[in-house]
Design a binder for this molecule. Structure first.
Ligand code: ATP
Ligand code: MG
Length: 138
């Protein structure tokens, strides 16, 4: 099924100048970039985005990290985009991620793990409109 997924190039990857490398990888792997914008999330926006994790012990640290600098938010399109992007990202902890995944290549720790991706159609349905109105997805 052709589908859209939300990706975020997180503040750590942005700070380390990996934006271009990650975008090039998306293109190389056959994702179409349908929307993209550089944003500096407020703490409120980060908290709203990750609200499923609000009871987790790492919620405060995660949301502060996500609001610590600019990010790039993207809508990626491909056959099975959600799962394909999760595979390309690798495990949450870069130490456990497969070789050549984005988190293995660019992540530093379980928190500073370079990229976010929607993990299901339900989360994509919440996450894409969180950043993009339909009219800005080309
Ligand atoms: P993401 O939602 O960012 O794509 P994920 O789906 O692989 O990552 P989640 O379980 O949804 O992982 O956790 C969301 C984010 O919270 C992780 O990407 C990471 O930045 C942070 N995180 C997860 N587990 C921990 C932890 N044990 N300690 C610190 N931060 C964590
Ligand atoms: Mg997640």
């Amino acid at each position: 099924m052709q589908e859209n997924t939300l990706a975020i190039i997180k503040p750590d990857a942005f700070r380390k100048n990996h934006l271009g490398a990650i975008l090039a990888r998306y293109e190389k792997e056959g994702f179409r970039i349908r929307a993209g914008r550089i944003r500096w999330l407020s703490l409120r926006e980060a908290e709203g985005f990750y609200k499923v994790h609000r009871e987790r012990p790492f919620f405060g640290s995660l949301t502060q990290f996500m609001a610590s600098g600019p990010v790039m938010v993207l809508v990626l399109h491909k056959e099975n985009a959600i799962l394909e992007h999760r595979t390309l990202m690798g495990s949450t902890d870069p130490g456990n991620a497969d070789p050549n995944t984005l988190r293995k290549l660019y992540g530093a720790s379980i928190e500073e793990n370079a990229v976010h991706g929607s993990d299901s159609p339900e989360s994509a349905r919440f996450e894409i409109p969180y950043f993009f109105p339909e009219s800005e997805i080309y």
